[in-house]
Design a protein around this ligand. Structure first.
Ligand SMILES: [Mg+2]
Length: 467
């Protein structure tokens, strides 16, 4: 019997605000940060998890992680693994901590870190990467692992089970296919608001040459600037001369590009305003960007405003522009309502704003039932490492399709992870294959020692320089 005996947390902050990486209309000064946890046992087995923040407040999340992780101390790992849905309910059910949520804000993202650490430990204990652990589950086991409270008006366990059983026959074939091809990805790192036109053009050309065909640009600070940068990006992605040697333009009218406003080479542009607008303002502003032909506007308004998103989607439909959101959708009920209200064209789950793998599974199941593609939010630090697992679960076991999906990729900070994610020459994520990498989120001890706030060597030397 292996028991959880304790945990460590680390407040790790990277000084990304110095380079303008991650800048958008709302978040102008980000220090990408990890509220990191290691669950320890009385054996060699360890479970790593984290949630993402953008700097100040990361210590508050670490304090909340301690409260949530403490609930697991003394528990037998195998009895937790035997019913991960029940383990998830137990994590969110502390009768006192519940008051500082429920299921939202700091306490929920802290729960995400802890639930992810438990899933990481489970996968490591079975010597499988996390995605493989889950896709090898029976449909019954997947259903049992999800978070079910409050969503039966959108999907029942019986419906989920029937859907998963239907997809079972093709699992082997899909797994083989994605191992060979990789999972489709898109780049955001070319279009941060803080970058000059020259830098945007250079990074866009590099991304096209790297095999990418979906690109995202940040918008919302100034419409004229957005239009200029959007035209600049389109002039590169729509020009066949920049395609990698031997690559052919894709048919913009093909099934996989249908409705995506693709240009003549099959390239797709998405725009993201990170919640800056009121609803009428969002509609007017985005109409003015029709010329750059975006597939969707991401986070046009407040993330909790379900009916607002629905209104924006309805108003932009005649312009061929869709709506996406989810990186700040704080629990499965928000996604449930976004789907029920037909407010979104794309579900952008976040691996650690939702409270870990169990709650993500519920959203994957709902999205599949409603027929809306899941294109996870990533970037920051650690998010790309996490989400490839979730998209693989979605493709192989849940939705059964990846042709219209794209997974966000941002090329920052991967070097801090023991098993970093990687992209192949087709601009797709490689499938994580190391049997002991779990959920791929273990950080190098040297990175923690350097960037731990406030006393890591990096932060100490910054203080010394200032003094
Ligand atoms: Mg975004």
């Amino acid at each position: 019997m292996v028991k959880i005996t304790g945990f460590e947390t680390h407040d790790v902050r990277f000084p990304t605000s110095l380079s303008g990486d991650g800048t958008d209309a709302m978040n102008t000064d980000c220090d990408y940060s990890s509220a990191y946890v290691a669950l320890l046992t009385d054996s060699d087995l360890v479970g790593y998890g984290m949630t993402f923040t953008i700097g100040r407040g990361n210590d508050i999340v670490c304090a909340a992680i301690k409260e949530v992780a403490n609930r697991l101390v003394g528990k037998d790992t195998e009895s937790l693994f035997a019913d991960m849905g029940k383990a998830w309910e137990y994590l969110v059910a502390d009768p006192q901590l519940r008051w500082i949520g429920p299921e939202k804000g700091v306490i929920h993202i802290a729960t995400g870190a802890v639930n992810n650490a438990l899933w990481d430990m489970y996968a490591r204990s079975r010597q499988k990467p996390l995605w493989k652990l889950v896709v090898d589950f029976t449909p019954e086991e997947i259903v049992k692992s999800a978070a079910w409270r409050y969503i039966s008006d959108a999907i029942t366990k019986e419906e989920a089970l029937a859907m998963l059983k239907e997809r079972e026959a093709g699992k082997k074939e899909r797994e083989a296919k994605v191992r060979e091809l990789g999972y489709p990805a898109y780049v955001t790192s070319a279009g941060w608001l803080g970058y000059s036109d020259e830098k945007v053009a250079r990074l866009t050309k590099e991304a096209v040459a790297g095999g990418f065909n979906h690109f995202k640009m940040k918008v919302g600070a100034n419409q004229a600037d957005d239009l200029r940068r959007g035209k600049l990006i389109r002039s590169i992605i729509d020009d066949p001369q920049y395609l990698p040697p031997g690559a052919k333009p894709r048919d913009p009218n093909s099934e996989e590009l249908r409705g995506k406003n693709a240009g003549p080479t099959g390239a797709v542009l998405m725009i993201d305003s990170n919640q800056v607008w009121d609803v009428p303002q969002a509609i007017e502003y985005v109409k003015g960007l029709e010329e750059i032909k975006p597939w969707f506007i991401e986070e046009p308004t407040a993330p909790d405003d379900i009916l607002g998103h629905a209104a924006i989607r309805k108003a932009l439909k005649p312009y061929g522009i869709g709506v996406a959101t989810g990186e700040h959708a704080h629990n499965r009920m928000v996604f449930k309502q976004l789907l029920q209200a037909e407010a979104i064209d794309v579900v952008q789950i976040d691996s650690c704003r939702l409270a870990g793998v169990s709650e993500v599974l519920s959203v994957l199941l709902m999205a599949a039932k409603f027929g809306v593609p899941v294109c996870p939010h990533a970037g920051g630090v650690g998010l790309c490492e996490y989400v490839i697992h979730l998209s693989l679960i979605d493709y192989i076991a849940v939705s059964g399709t990846m042709e219209r999906n794209v997974l966000e990729f941002v090329d920052h900070l991967h070097e801090h992870f023991v098993t970093p994610c990687s992209i192949n020459s087709r601009g797709r994520y490689n499938v994580p294959l190391n049997p002991s990498e779990g959920y791929s989120i273990e950080m190098h001890k040297s990175s923690i020692a350097e960037y731990e706030w406030p006393n890591g060597t990096y932060w100490q030397s910054r203080r010394n320089e200032k003094a």
